[in-house]
Design a binder for this molecule. Structure first.
Ligand SMILES: Cc1cc2nc3c(=O)[nH]c(=O)nc-3n(C[C@H](O)[C@H](O)[C@H](O)COP(=O)(O)OP(=O)(O)OC[C@H]3O[C@@H](n4cnc5c(N)ncnc54)[C@H](O)[C@@H]3O)c2cc1C
Length: 132
């Protein structure tokens, strides 16, 4: 899994993935050197109402380790090419985004109507019906 940015959405995404049991790799690319930051708290810090560390509500740099996130800090994503399944960081490194898997159905000796993928809701519903 790749996460671009390290704001609240990014932090919540990593936490939700781990909370749901995702054990794969999480690579996070951010254009800054910080732990996940909430910009709305910056004004409170600027006015002296809160100390700087309170701008990082998800914790300090240990956040990344706690959630098994490989953080590529100071590494802005410069180019996103979804159709090419590719993105490029500002330092010129190119990354390929792996496609989601798609099931391959056997053709024989099954009758086509008896093989339905359960990845899509429609296939799941169809598989509960009798074969014609
Ligand atoms: C002054 C202020 C006050 C606010 N007050 C409130 C409020 O009272 N209530 C409320 O609900 N919301 C408020 N908000 C809005 C709230 O802070 C945002 O909606 C929320 O933080 C958005 O979170 P996010 O993770 O989606 O985006 P962001 O926090 O913007 O995170 C985006 C992240 O992506 C990184 N990034 C950007 N471009 C790249 C790139 N090319 N490569 C790598 N990384 C990149 C950024 O550095 C950042 O870490 C306020 C915002 C501000 C600025």
């Amino acid at each position: 899994m790749v996460i671009v940015g390290n704001g609240a959405a990014a932090a919540e995404a990593a936490m939700a993935a781990r909370g749901a049991g995702y054990r794969g790799s999480i690579d996070l690319f951010a254009d800054n050197p910080h732990p996940p930051y909430n910009p709305m708290l910056g004004t409170y810090f600027a006015s002296g109402a809160i100390p700087r560390q309170m701008c990082f509500p998800f914790g300090g740099p240990e956040f990344y380790e706690r959630y098994g996130v490989r953080a590529h800090l100071n590494t802005p994503v410069a180019l996103l090419e979804p159709s090419e399944r590719r993105f490029t960081t500002a330092d010129g490194a190119e990354y390929t985004i792996g496609p989601a898997s798609s099931p391959r159905a056997p053709t024989r000796p099954f009758r086509p109507c008896s093989v339905w993928s359960r990845r899509a809701c429609a296939g799941c519903a169809r598989s509960t019906m009798p074969c014609d």
